[in-house]
Write a protein that binds this ligand. Sequence first.
Ligand code: UDP
Length: 436
Amino acid sequence: MNRLNYQNRLRIALLSEHASPLALLGGQDAGGQNVYVDEVSRNLGKLGVAVDVFTRCDDPSLPTVVQWAPGVRVIHLRAGERRFIPKDDLWPLMPLFRDALLAFVAADGAAYDALHGNFWMSGWVATESQRLLGVPAIQIFHAMGKTKARHQGAADTSPSERIAVERGVVGAVDALIAQCPSERAELVDDYDADPAKVTVIPSAVNIEQFTPVARDEARRRIGMPMDGLVVAYVGRMLPRKDVRNLVRAMARLRERWPELPTPTLLLVGGETIDPDPQVTPEIGALMRLADEVGVRASTRFVGKRQPHDLRDYYSAADVVVTTPWYEPFGLTPLEAMACGRPVIGSAVGGITYTVKNGETGYLVPPRDPDALAERIAYMLKRPELLRRMGRAARLRVEREFTWPMVAERTASLYERVLAAGSSALATTTTSALAEV
Ligand code: UDP
């Protein structure tokens, strides 16, 4: 089915200091970037692109090189102690990460065609190494420091150097990948990126893993009653995801639409398999809030689940909701859509791009529990609308948001960057010869 075949033609070093695909196997905190690195590398591998994923070694039992998938190796670089370190504390270790990368390349003899940086810190490592290795660098940030600072203010724990480093990376790399038009606008407006350097390649969802399950079957598998309405949130439990907005909306729903049977609120996510307010403080905050506003009895906290189990949780729901303050891209709305469920999302960042308002779900303003409650009530009263939107959602994902598509677009971008690089080289050589 793949149109392109890069067999033995491209070799890429994909740098991702804190987000390893291996983290998806265990119970560790893994978010969208881990999924991106895993899916992009494996799907590039299927196209015949050789990919080495470089990540920081956070466990002494990890071998240096792991054969992850056909054509894909994960390489654990020693930079700082081999234990989990929160990503906001990793910046001082980046010179070590760079040195370990260069030492590995020298020892392994691997000749890369390009570096692909993920997140701002690996972006810095890519720009440092691009000069030394003499290869182009392509960068995807996943999230921008300025946007984070704007929304989180004093709660932003990013190192103070972040924005200046991002600016340097934007200026130095050969190409930038934006995951959606709003990220492209951030790069151009907030960081003065040359618009010609930015390519929009939306992230995607694994449509074989995330596939519709009949509602009753899904509920049986996760131990939920067949009857009754279910509203679900799936994702990390962080203040910025504003699950509190959803808890408040459920209370408003009961006050304003008492005729509607009380839906169960299903909350999936957290640091551990059992929902533990000690380990995941946001779960504690949500439990207290649910008590306070009187919806604790109809709220079910599930804890973290592995990706292969999530289709049952999405499919158990009548509608899936995510209303973060901001969202660089947001994989969970796409996953819900791939499971054939409509999504109500806040009209921010990538969600405005993935959720088609009125077609595959609805967009609502963030931080507005009344607007959210109104949309939930509207949808829950219309089972036929839910079904229609769910079908449209699945179709939209199949047509626009699959990982093989992302891999093809990314490989074409590598080719374009390499072609531009070699023509720039040819021009330099020709003019240098002309001068002789
Ligand atoms: N996720 C998971 N188990 C959970 C909750 C979330 O595997 O219990 C995954 C989810 O399927 C998604 C990712 O974590 O692929 C979250 O990505 P998203 O882009 O939505 O948000 P981020 O966490 O990157 O801010």
